[in-house]
Design a protein around this ligand. Structure first.
Ligand SMILES: Cc1cc2nc3c(=O)[nH]c(=O)nc-3n(C[C@H](O)[C@H](O)[C@H](O)COP(=O)(O)O)c2cc1C
Length: 293
């Protein structure tokens, strides 16, 4: 059988060693590593050494060891020494987790009720499934301009996708065809007025090199799916497209001077749709279930 290298898993010992290494940086190393990697490490360490433990203890009314927050506290100390802004999301979230861990270590409850999501009404549920089922790959567009705010809302949906170990690698390149006609030539369809390129800053993955490599591609796929759904929800239409080859991505990389650690993964064309295709019908769900216990 063909070997899928993206499936590679580490042996238990290898994964343990890589995980241990993630905790063994000296202060000097953390102070001098590039900012993108450092911030990804703060997200990853907060996730693996605190987030999971805090929610589990809060749910079960268990106390946490006061030392549980030590890794996150140390990283936030280095954050301040590096002079990074305390308004940035990973600093604020790690700060919340540290506060919660301190309460749990004193045996106090953590009130999570302020974070309860808006209750999903029947109407919201119906709207969600309408968006999911009526989103189509639309390949014909009007000339109407799409405001930047709508594009940013759609791209923000990509950032809110699930993401392995919360390392948050997703980056974007936005190209309006009219600003540089032909840059995307070679696509298999004429293409939309706007090309949204989903990229990843691979430096983020230094923070979780102990998880399977396939998660990296899945992170971009999760963002892509949110993007096509959000585009439809925001009144746009679009189509997820395939880079036709290396020459195409090399052209984009050169045009925007993208360094090697930026991976161009895939792209989605969007605009105001000018066609309503017949839905490519899907299988009945019961025909897709391989096993059920
Ligand atoms: C990873 C991926 C790559 C795709 N690449 C292309 C492409 O290169 N050209 C194209 O016309 N459509 C492309 N599509 C769109 C699919 O053809 C489309 O999603 C599928 O036919 C189902 O139609 P629907 O999206 O309208 O439900 C791609 C979709 C995905 C998820």
């Amino acid at each position: 059988m063909e070997r899928d290298t993206s499936m590679d898993y580490y042996t238990r010992e290898e994964a343990r060693e890589l995980f241990r290494r993630a905790n063994s940086f000296t202060d000097d190393e953390l102070l001098s590593m590039d900012e993108t990697e450092f911030r990804a490490r703060v997200r990853e360490r907060s996730h693996h050494t605190l987030e999971i433990q805090v929610y589990s203890a809060a749910y079960r009314n268990r106390t946490l060891q006061p030392s549980q927050a030590d890794t996150a506290k140390r990283l936030l100390r280095i954050w301040r020494e590096r002079g990074l802004s305390e308004d940035l999301p990973e600093y604020r979230y790690a700060g919340f987790l540290i506060g919660a861990a301190e309460k749990l270590s004193r045996g106090e409850p953590v009130d999570l009720t302020p974070y309860r999501p808006t209750p999903v009404t029947k109407e919201m549920e119906d709207h969600f499934f309408t968006i999911v089922k009526e989103r189509r790959s639309v390949r014909e567009f009007t000339d109407e301009d799409v405001p930047d705010e709508i594009l940013e809302k759609v791209l923000e949906a990509g950032l809110w996708a699930a993401h392995g170990c919360n390392v948050q690698s997703i980056r974007y390149v936005i190209v309006r065809e009219k600003n540089e006609p032909g840059l995307f030539k070679g696509s298999d369809v004429p293409g939309g007025p706007i090309h949204l390129v989903i990229c990843q800053d691979m430096r983020c993955y230094r923070a979780n090199d102990f998880t399977p490599v396939r998660n990296r591609l899945l992170d971009a796929g999760a963002a892509g799916q949110n993007i096509v759904l959000a585009a439809h929800a925001a009144g746009l239409e679009g189509v997820w497209l395939t880079f036709p080859g290396q020459e195409f991505t090399d052209r984009l990389r050169a045009r925007f001077n993208l360094p090697d650690y930026i991976r161009l993964v895939t792209y989605v064309d969007v605009g105001y749709g000018d066609q309503t295709p017949h839905p490519p019908l899907r299988w009945d769900v019961k025909d897709t279930i391989l096993a059920r216990l």
